[in-house]
Design a protein around this ligand. Structure first.
Ligand SMILES: Cc1cc2nc3c(=O)[nH]c(=O)nc-3n(C[C@H](O)[C@H](O)[C@H](O)COP(=O)(O)OP(=O)(O)OC[C@H]3O[C@@H](n4cnc5c(N)ncnc54)[C@H](O)[C@@H]3O)c2cc1C
Length: 407
């Protein structure tokens, strides 16, 4: 009998296992994949408070991806660049490095039994109460009983489906995502996360570990048929059509295939019920245009570990502690989900609008005037709520100590 069975061993699952094992619980961690293996995901993250709880910040594998301290936005050839706001720096560590690193920490954190190549086929139940899972370990059936089963098994979660977890805040897919790795890209002056709006496409560029750049093109969802008919060609054509990016790719070579994902609906799910809980994308999947899913997964793992501890050791009722879990998770992820939907939903900036942007950013006086009236502009175009949200961000991160915070 395990205290907790965690289904899914990548960011959400491993983080949950690390924290629960450190609290002294007996944990089974199962994943149908063998590791190291890639996930269909780009991988920018930067919630260092959440990662700090895992005790991984000094691991040299993290530092093998450059610290991204800058955010560069280019809209139809008009560029702005600034220090990152949400965090002093972010990193883009490939999942085939990040995920095994976290699995390794889980293995060292305490009493964790790791099963890979282990697919959960069904849940064990006693009436409504979930009591474990039936797992196929490399095809061989094994029953793993547990006091609590955690679904950390991604946006198509088997656990969520089996318990019938209600979805809310469901949003359509809006944009597809295709990405590939390149070597030999001419780097930016300072490592930056780059965001391009070009026609109806969004392109995100991040230097990552292995001296690679990860480049992701996010076409609008209604372009799906055309992309399916020849995604590698279309990917190359989009990159070639962005003048500033094409110049930096002149000496670059693509490494490996162009990966794609069309399954990018956003949703939150009811995160717990009798004997079960959900964490990471299984419980809250947000469109990746804001690159927050990994941070959300690790942050929610911290909340869930505290929740389980309050119940198993503190004796508080599962219903009460999981209501708090849902509130704390949603307080962070709901606004992010809505902001991702707004971001992904923006279309092309065309004609006169693009020319006026050029006027604002292509002339130093106008750009300076924009700076001196930025809060008025933001209030006019985005409303008081947006000003309040941004003011909170500036309070948290926009300080002159930024350079010292950079590793
Ligand atoms: C194209 C794309 C780009 C993205 N870019 C970013 C980004 O730049 N930054 C960012 O923060 N986030 C990004 N995301 C989101 C990010 O990938 C997810 O938020 C993150 O992977 C969630 O982690 P997780 O551990 O919850 O789930 P996952 O990473 O999906 O892991 C779930 C694991 O569960 C296993 N599993 C599933 N079913 C079973 C079963 N029945 N039995 C056993 N194991 C099972 C799977 O094999 C998998 O290993 C992106 C997503 C996509 C699709």
């Amino acid at each position: 009998m395990f205290d907790v069975l965690v289904v899914g061993g990548r960011v959400a699952g491993s983080a949950t296992a690390i924290l629960l094992a450190r609290l002294g619980y007996r944990v089974a961690l199962v994943d149908r994949d063998h590791h190291p293996s890639p996930a269909v995901s780009t991988h920018v993250f930067g919630d260092w408070a959440a990662f700090g709880r895992l005790g991984v910040l000094d691991d040299p594998r993290l530092a093998s991806a450059p610290a991204l301290t800058r955010f560069r936005t280019e809209v139809e050839g008009c560029a702005t660049e600034a220090d990152l706001l949400a965090t002093p720096y972010a990193r883009a560590l490939r999942r085939e490095v990040l995920d095994p690193m976290l699995i390794e920490y889980a293995g060292k954190a305490g009493d964790v039994t790791w099963y890979e190549g282990a697919r959960v086929a069904a849940l064990l139940r006693d009436g409504d109460l979930v009591t474990g899972a039936r797992v196929l370990v490399d095809g061989r059936p094994v029953e793993l009983p547990a006091r609590i089963v955690v679904g950390a098994d991604g946006r198509n979660s088997t656990v969520a489906r089996a318990v019938g977890a209600r979805a809310y805040l469901t949003r359509p897919r809006l944009r597809l995502a295709y990405y590939a790795y390149y070597t030999g890209v001419a780097g930016a002056a300072l490592p930056a996360l780059e965001y391009y709006w070009h026609g109806s496409d969004v392109v995100i560029v991040a230097p990552c570990d292995g001296d690679l750049h990860c480049i992701c093109v996010m076409p609008r969802d209604d372009d799906l048929t055309a992309w399916r008919a020849g995604h590698e060609d279309r990917f190359a054509r989009v990159l070639a059509s962005i003048r500033t990016l094409a110049a930096r790719l002149a000496g670059a070579t693509r490494v490996g295939p162009v990966h794609g994902s069309g399954n990018l609906r956003s949703h939150l799910r009811e995160p717990a019920g009798p004997g079960w809980a959900l964490v990471g994308d299984a419980g809250a999947a947000v469109h990746p245009c804001i690159g927050a899913g990994i941070d959300h997964a690790v942050f929610s793992a911290g909340l869930l570990a505290d929740t389980v501890h309050r119940h198993l050791t503190g004796g508080e009722s599962w219903t009460a502690v999981t209501a708090d879990y849902r509130d704390a998770r949603d307080a962070r992820i709901r606004p992010a989900c809505e902001s991702a939907v707004r971001l992904a939903g923006r279309g092309a900036l065309t004609g006169a609008d693009a020319r006026w942007l050029q006027v604002l950013l292509g002339m130093p006086g106008s750009a300076h005037d924009l700076g001196s009236r930025a809060v008025d502009v933001l209030r006019t175009i985005a409303g008081d709520d947006a000003v309040a949200r941004m003011a909170a961000l500036i309070g948290a991160a926009g300080t002159p100590t930024r350079a010292e915070e950079t590793p």
